[in-house]
Design a binder for this molecule. Structure first.
Ligand code: 2BA
Length: 109
């Protein structure tokens, strides 16, 4: 058995969840925040049998797309002189960042 941990863009969540539900998967959805951009994203936990992993990965491929996002850059304190405003940095984010982990035990009580 595997645990799939997937970090996806909030805007892709509904389509991804619909797709996973159609395949009959159990999913836990967590609200998360990216450490770099400090913006919200969504983390999905999906426990599956080994042979189901490919189907789940295919779902992410179909429903999650990459986006360009601007990250504001703050000038270090005391360096913003002469009206200089640093340009935001463009960052390419996603589609989905996915980890597939081995599960040692799975129990429901
Ligand atoms: P964030 O940490 O907010 O990162 C957003 C995007 O910023 C990343 O997109 C990447 O393009 C860029 N980025 C992140 N850290 C960077 C760094 N140290 N230097 C330069 N650019 C950087 P993605 O790679 O698609 O990641 C999207 C989100 O997935 C991340 O949001 C984070 O929440 C998660 N993530 C990505 N890789 C991860 C990892 N190795 N471990 C844990 N979480 C990860």
């Amino acid at each position: 058995m595997k645990l799939i941990v997937a970090i996806i863009h909030d805007d892709d969540v509904n389509n991804t969840l619909d797709n996973l539900r159609e395949q009959g998967h159990f999913v836990t959805k967590l609200s998360s925040t990216g450490g770099f951009l400090r913006t919200g994203n969504t983390t999905l936990l999906i426990g599956v049998e080994d042979e189901q992993v490919e189907g789940v990965l295919k779902s992410f491929e179909n429903t999650c797309r990459s986006r360009r996002q601007l990250m504001p850059v703050c000038a270090p304190y005391g360096t913003a002189q002469g009206g200089f405003i640093p340009k935001p940095i463009e960052v390419v984010m996603g589609g989905a960042t996915v980890f597939v982990l081995d599960v040692e035990q799975f129990k429901k009580f």
